[in-house]
Design a protein around this ligand. Structure first.
Ligand code: MG
Length: 159
C-alpha cells in the first residue's frame, strides 16, 4: 500500500456574539469565530491535513476567502469537496487526528458528536476520526480566549 501523511494547522479569532461552530457541531457559547466561512477552524485544519497528504495545496487555494461563493459556507461542504478531490486521485482516508486548543468552554460533551459528524462528512467510520481538546493553561492567545488553534494530521493511502 502507498501511504501518505499530511499535517494541517489553522487559527481563527473569537469574538463576542458570533456563532461557534467547531468540528461540524454548533456549540452554545457567548463567543464565535470571525471568518469568511462558518469559521470551523477544526474542519479547516483537517482539510489542510488531507490536502497536504495528497500534496494538493491548501484550503485557501481551493476555496479562496475572496470568493463570495464561500461566504458563511458550512465547512462540512468544504470537507466533502476535499475528500472527493482525493478520491478522484485514487486516495482513501486511513485516519484523521486533531487537537483543538481552546480555553473555554469545555469541549468534552461535544467531542463524540464532532467525531461522528466529521466521519459522516468524510464518508468513513468514526473509529477513523479522533478529536482531542486541550486548554493552554491560560497561556497565549488561546488561553486569553482571543482565538482558537487546531492542528491535524491525516493518513491517506492508495489501496
Ligand atoms: Mg480557516
Amino acid at each position: 500500500m502507498n501511504f501518505r501523511i499530511g499535517h494541517g494547522y489553522d487559527v481563527h479569532v473569537l469574538k463576542e456574539g458570533l456563532r461557534l461552530v467547531l468540528g461540524g457541531v454548533e456549540i452554545p457559547y457567548t463567543k464565535g469565530f470571525v471568518a469568511h466561512s462558518d469559521g470551523d477552524v477544526a474542519i479547516h485544519a483537517i482539510c489542510d491535513a488531507l490536502l497536504g497528504a495528497a500534496a494538493l495545496g491548501d484550503i485557501g487555494l481551493h476555496f479562496p476567502d475572496t470568493d463570495a461563493a464561500y461566504g458563511g459556507i458550512d465547512s462540512k461542504i468544504l470537507l466533502r469537496r476535499v475528500v472527493a478531490l482525493l478520491q478522484e486521485k485514487g486516495y482513501q482516508i486511513g485516519n484523521v487526528d486533531c487537537t483543538i486548543r481552546m480555553q473555554r468552554p469545555k469541549l468534552r460533551p461535544y467531542i463524540d458528536t464532532m467525531r461522528r459528524t466529521l466521519a459522516d462528512a468524510m464518508g468513513v467510520g468514526d473509529d477513523r476520526v479522533s478529536v482531542k481538546a486541550t486548554t493552554t493553561e491560560h497561556l497565549g492567545f488561546e488561553g486569553r480566549e482571543e482565538g482558537v488553534s487546531v492542528s491535524a494530521v491525516a493518513l491517506i493511502y492508495v489501496a
